[in-house]
Design a protein around this ligand. Sequence first.
Ligand SMILES: N[C@@H](CCC[C@H](N)C(=O)O)C(=O)O
Length: 290
Amino acid sequence: MNRIPFLKMHGLGNDFVVIDRRSGPARGLTLDARQIRRISDRRLGVGCDQFILIDPAEGDPLAAGGADAVMRIHNADGGEVEACGNATRCVGFLLMAETGLARATIATAAGHLLASADSEGTAAGLITVDMGPARLDWQQIPLSGPADTLHLDGVSEGPLTDPVAVNVGNPHVVFFVDDAEAVDLERLGPPLEHHPAFPRRTNVEVAHRIGPDRIRMRVWERGVGITAACGTGACAAAIAAIRRGLTGRTVQVVLDGGPLSITWTDDNRVLMSGPVATSFEGTLDPSLLA
Ligand SMILES: N[C@@H](CCC[C@H](N)C(=O)O)C(=O)O
């Protein structure tokens, strides 16, 4: 069996195994949830928060209307999900490096996302992605029934109450607290991720304001646990802060892994800027695919 090449990349420490199925030994490779869990395992496999597949745009229904490539996203638990902000920046960086252009369109289950960089940005690995619109209606989160997403009743855990629900391609619930560092996310994250209000489960953010347009945020990711950064989580927390009147429309979100800049435009586009990095490349031992 041919060994399958992979790249290990990250955005602020939110890390990915990236496999390019457009050509070479990975072309046509299919993997089930058990194999993805094994590859994502930090002791038995390569280790990552999300497992990312890059597919050709040609003939893929997700790429209808035109895109440079398709990105499919799996959490470390093997489940396929709609969106990943940090991985979108990483894949955008790879596609722009291939073409030498400063823009790339990536088709995802959450829609077509435009990644861009100025020439200086490309060299430094600083990439912006238009993550599309913020979805604020209860059906779009989705929630299990009608509710005010700006003050979501009935979803609380310990000291965490009165959250904001936002969908940025994937579901998020954001709690504003006095001190995000002090929240026991390891304990409070799991019951909130699986709370019956969220039929597709949810990502969970805790945040507090640290300046006029700055918030500190920590995340419990659906299908993973605590991660160093979550791009869509940063978008969700920024939108929640803006909706609550805590900040202006451009917000620096400081995560465990560092800062992301988020802008929510007047025409409801969510723009996220931050760094990407490649850690190493390798090939998967065939035993991981057994
Ligand atoms: N780390 C990501 C989000 C990945 C998906 C998320 N865990 C989910 O289940 O929706 C990001 O950078 O956005």
